[in-house]
Design a protein around this ligand. Structure first.
Ligand code: ZN
Ligand code: ZN
Length: 274
C-alpha cells in the first residue's frame, strides 16, 4: 500500500473502450437466467498502465475493422485514435502484456512494431496445438494474430512467462487459466491499493456475482478457481477488479473520451449497480 514516503509505483491505469457488441443476457452465461432477453452488451478494452518515468505498459491490443465486420462487432473508436487520446504513441511502447490470444485481445499486434509481447507458455502452446482443430475451440481465436505472434517470436519480440511472475515494480502477472489455457491477469499497485486487470477471467461483474461462467472456457473448474483468485487478489472488492468486457467500467469510473481511470476509486460503487 502506498504512503507519503512510499508512493504507489503505478500512477494511472486507463481502461480504453474501443468496441461494443449489443446482445442479450442469455449470451453471457452458461446457464439460463431470468433476465435472458434483457440487453446486456459487451464493451471491448485495451488497458494502459503508467508509472513515473517509464513508457506505458499496454495490456492487450484489441481488434480492427476486418475482425469487427467478420464478427458483427462495432468499433466505437479506432484504437489508434484512442491511444492518441490517451496520450500514448504506440511507436514508443516497449512492452505489451497479452492476457490471452483470443481475437479481441491479440488482433492489433501490428500497432506496436517496437514492442515485446509477453505471453504465458501455456497460452501460445495451446493456440498452436491440435486443440485448435476443434471448430468450437478455435472460434474465439483468429489465425492471423497467432501467426503474427509466431513471426514476432522469430524476431526476438516475444517474452514467455510461466505462471505467476513479477513483471516490473508495481506490476505482476497472475495465472488465471480456465477461460483459456494460459490466461494471465495483471495486478497493479496503485494509491488506492491493488487493482486487478482480470481480463476474461470475468467478462462481466455479473459472471462473478451470479457465479455463472461466461460460456467460453477450456475448463469450467479452472475458470471458477480463476474467478475466485481474481476476487482474492482484489481483496474481495469488486471496485478493485476490472473485468474484461463490462460496460459498468465506463459508467462507474471517472471517464473521458471512452477512457476510464480505473486506478481511481469508482464514483459509484460497482455493487450498487448490480
Ligand atoms: Zn477471451
Ligand atoms: Zn475478450
Amino acid at each position: 500500500m502506498a504512503s507519503p514516503g512510499n508512493p504507489a509505483p503505478v500512477t494511472a491505469i486507463q481502461a480504453i473502450r474501443y468496441a461494443r457488441h449489443e446482445r442479450t443476457a442469455e449470451a453471457n452465461f452458461n446457464a439460463p437466467v431470468d433476465d435472458h432477453d434483457l440487453p446486456m452488451p459487451l464493451d471491448y478494452f485495451v488497458w494502459a498502465i503508467h508509472r513515473h518515468g517509464e513508457p506505458p505498459v499496454i495490456v492487450d491490443t484489441g481488434f480492427h475493422a476486418e475482425a469487427a465486420a467478420a464478427r458483427g462487432r462495432e468499433i466505437t473508436r479506432p484504437i489508434g485514435k484512442s491511444l492518441r487520446d490517451a496520450g500514448i504513441d504506440p511507436l514508443l511502447v516497449t512492452d505489451v502484456i497479452l492476457t490471452h490470444l483470443h481475437y479481441d485481445h491479440a488482433g492489433g499486434l501490428g500497432d506496436f512494431p517496437n514492442a515485446r509481447f509477453h505471453v504465458q507458455d501455456a497460452e501460445l502452446a495451446f493456440a498452436t496445438s491440435r486443440h485448435v482443430c476443434d471448430q468450437q475451440v478455435r472460434a474465439p481465436f483468429d489465425g492471423e494474430p497467432v501467426a503474427e505472434l509466431v513471426r514476432r517470436l522469430y524476431h526476438d519480440h516475444v517474452v514467455f512467462h510461466d505462471g505467476d511472475e513479477e513483471f516490473a515494480p508495481g506490476i505482476s502477472l497472475r495465472l488465471a487459466n480456465g477461460h483459456t489455457a494460459g490466461l494471465q491477469m495483471v495486478v497493479c499497485e496503485t494509491a488506492r491499493g491493488d487493482v486487478v486487470l482480470a481480463s476474461d477471467a470475468a467478462h462481466l461483474y455479473a459472471n462473478i456475482t451470479r457465479q455463472l461462467p461466461f460460456p467460453i472456457y477450456v475448463d469450467e473448474e479452472d475458470y471458477a478457481r480463476a474467478q475466485a483468485r481474481a476476487m482474492d487478489l482484489a481483496g474481495g472488492s469488486l471496485d478493485h477488479l476490472i473485468p474484461g468486457h463490462d460496460p459498468l467500467v465506463l459508467s462507474c469510473f471517472p471517464t473521458e473520451n471512452d477512457i476510464a481511470r480505473v486506478d481511481l476509486p469508482p464514483h459509484t460503487p460497482i455493487a450498487e449497480m448490480l
